[in-house]
Structures are given as structure tokens and as C-alpha cells.
Design a protein around this ligand. Structure first.
Ligand code: KG4
Ligand code: ZN
Length: 344
């Protein structure tokens, strides 16, 4: 008999539910994005996010069950994102999951959102033959984590960002350049048209550590945008106030990805990783994928399909499958953990 898990994800600004069979087959993956709601604020407005989750969560769960052609009685466990994330948003998903678990008697599992991003890879067939240890780069709007997985559910954290997350930097720079939130995909498109060598933006190598920093890069772009040199060169164009957006985006992207790709490849070599996994919203970026592949030599590199890069609940169910198989279960007194690290 297949094992079917209902996943629920409300850690940030996506209300999501999905059903996954045996940790690998997505029967449904419903995502109600709130990005339009938050775009007017240029970023996620936490209270609005919680309220939208309250309105959407049961509709989304219902849609996920319907699309999977299953009822709650066909489900074996309920998985929910326990953290990290926005406290008010996490609580909505957690309480919805508890209500369903209480009513149905099904086991309840609280899943780390970052573990979910990692196990989004197991929803693709190529990765299932991967051998440990595996190096994982989790890059999203809230996180930039370099992690060594020594086995299923066993992690050693190597480093992470000391300030802005990689996706956050894409979003903030995109905002400076007049793009809507979330800006990552817009930035990538603009960068494809631009010259990555137009501006020599700084790379924070953070020598002797596996940590990252993107705030200096973001500030450098802000300074370039305001610089008189740029204003005068821009003034030669027919539209005086127009910035060289594509060149700025391409040069920013090149600097951010240079550091991400180089450190990932170096860590893979140092820790003799037998595979590299990239996950999280920024892993949708084609340049990031290709730069890591180019620098990783013979080490195979895996990234999720585009639809599973950004926040979704299928990935939460996929991670829960591993946890359920390992005998994990939580109880109804479980609280959310807004700053829960994947590993220490
Ligand atoms: O994983 P995710 O949906 O949410 C968090 O857990 O934070 O990631 C969203 C982030 C946003 O910052 C978004 O701008 C970024 O991923 N992103 C991208 C691309 N697509 C999404 N960043 C760079 N290039 C992309 N193509
Ligand atoms: Zn995420």
C-alpha cells in the first residue's frame, strides 16, 4: 500500500497544501501565492500574510485533496511546516494541521522548512540514486545555508549568510531598479539582456569560512544607482532618468552567483561530496545552476524543477515521508519554531 502524506506550508507568503505518495510522487501541489498582496509594500507584510493564510488555508487543503482525488481517509499522515518562518503565518498552518490530525486521528509531523526545500529534490527521479555525503546549498528569500548531509535527515551546517539572504538581496536590488516584489525572476530576465562586466561589484569571500554576506553588494548597487557618473551617462540616453537596469542586474547577479557557486564547489571538494543539491527559490536561477555545474567538475549537481524551487507543500510532505519512515511523530502540543535551524 502506498503511503500518502498531506503537506501544509504557511511559513511565509504562500498558502500551500499538497499530497505526495511514497515521498516521491506528487499527487497534488496547490499554491495560493500572496505576492500580489505584498507587492504594494515591496516585501512581505507579516500581519497581512497571517490574515491571508487564515482565509485561504482550508480552501487550499480542500483543493489539494480534490486534485489528488483522495479524501482524508486515504491519507496516512499530516505534515506541516513548523519553522523557520514568520510566527503568525506558521501558527495558521500548524493549527489547521492540528485540527485535521485531531479530527482524523492521523499522525502529525512538524517539518523544518529548509528540510522541505532539500527533500523537494526527492520529488525528481534523478536524485534518488545519489550517494552521501551530499553538499546542499539552500538559497531562498529568507535563507542562504550551506549544509553537508551525511545521510538522510543527518546534517552538518557549514555556513550561511551573516546578513541578507541571497533571494532577499535579489529582491532588494530589484526594488532599487524598479521591479515588483518578488524580484528574483525579473532580475534574472533583465540580467540576460545586460552586460555582467558593466559594473565591478564587490564579492564578499568571507575568507576561511563558509559564510556569506550580501549586504555590501546590495549597498554597492545602491551607490551605483545614485552615483553622478551613472546619472550623467544615463543622461546621454533619450530618457534621461533611465538607469542601465539590465547591466546593473547582470553585474549584481554575476557577483552574487560568483560567490555562491565558488563556495559551493569548494565545499563539495573539501568535504568529498558525492553530489550537490541546490534548492530554494533562488535555485530557479539558470546562471546559478550552470555556474555550479561548471565549477563542480565531475560531482553531479541536482536542482528541483522550477515549480518546486519556490515555497510549496509537496516538499514538506516529501520530507515528512523520510521522517515518518524513521519513526518520527509529533504530538498536538507541538509549538511553532520561527528560528529553527536545520542543523547547528
Ligand atoms: O523559497 P522561496 O519561495 O521562499 C523562501 O523560503 O524565502 O524563495 C523566494 C525567493 C525570492 O527572494 C525570489 O526573488 C527568489 O526566491 N527567486 C529568484 C528567482 N526566482 C525566485 N532569485 C533569483 N533568480 C530567480 N530566477
Ligand atoms: Zn522557502
Amino acid at each position: 500500500m502506498p503511503t500518502r502524506i498531506l503537506g501544509i506550508e504557511t511559513s511565509c507568503d504562500e498558502t500551500a497544501a499538497g499530497v505526495v505518495e511514497d515521498g516521491r510522487t506528487v499527487l497534488s501541489n496547490v499554491i495560493a501565492s500572496q505576492s500580489e498582496l505584498h507587492a504594494q509594500y515591496g516585501g512581505v507584510f507579516p500581519e497581512m500574510a497571517s490574515r491571508a493564510h487564515v482565509q485561504l488555508v482550508y480552501q487550499v487543503i480542500d483543493a489539494a485533496l480534490k486534485q489528488a482525488h483522495v479524501a482524508l481517509r486515504d491519507i496516512d499522515a499530516i505534515a506541516v511546516t513548523r519553522g523557520p518562518g514568520l510566527v503568525g503565518s506558521l501558527v495558521v498552518g500548524m493549527n489547521a494541521a492540528k485540527g485535521l490530525a485531531l479530527g482524523s486521528g492521523l499522525p502529525l509531523l512538524g517539518i523544518n522548512h529548509l528540510e522541505g526545500h532539500l527533500y523537494s529534490l526527492w520529488l525528481t527521479s534523478a536524485v534518488r540514486s545519489i550517494k552521501f555525503p551530499v553538499l546542499a546549498l539552500i538559497v531562498s528569500g529568507g535563507h542562504t545555508e550551506l549544509v553537508l548531509a551525511t545521510g538522510h535527515l543527518e546534517y552538518q551546517r557549514l555556513g550561511g549568510t551573516l546578513d541578507d539572504a541571497a533571494g532577499e538581496a535579489f529582491d532588494k536590488v530589484g526594488r532599487l531598479l524598479g521591479m515588483p516584489y518578488p524580484a528574483g525572476a525579473h532580475m534574472e530576465r533583465a540580467a540576460q539582456r545586460g552586460n555582467p562586466d558593466a559594473f565591478n561589484f564587490p564579492r564578499a569571500w568571507m575568507d576561511d569560512s563558509w559564510d556569506f554576506s550580501f549586504s555590501g553588494l546590495k549597498t554597492a548597487v545602491a551607490r551605483a544607482v545614485k552615483s553622478p557618473a551613472l546619472a550623467s551617462s544615463a543622461a546621454k540616453t533619450p530618457r534621461p532618468k533611465e538607469l542601465p537596469v539590465d547591466d546593473l542586474a547582470a553585474s549584481f547577479q554575476a557577483a552574487a552567483i560568483d560567490v555562491l557557486a565558488e563556495k559551493t564547489a569548494q565545499a563539495a571538494e573539501k568535504f568529498k561530496a558525492r553530489g550537490i543539491l541546490i534548492a530554494g527559490g533562488v535555485s530557479a536561477n539558470r546562471l546559478l545552476r550552470s555556474e555550479i555545474e561548471d565549477r563542480a567538475g565531475k560531482v553531479p549537481v541536482y536542482a528541483p524543477p522550477q515549480a518546486l524551487c519556490t515555497d510549496n507543500a509537496a516538499m514538506i510532505a516529501a520530507a515528512a515521508h523520510q521522517r515518518l519512515a524513521a519513526g518520527h511523530a509529533d504530538d498536538l502540543t507541538m509549538d511553532v519554531l520561527p528560528t529553527w535551524p536545520l542543523a547547528t
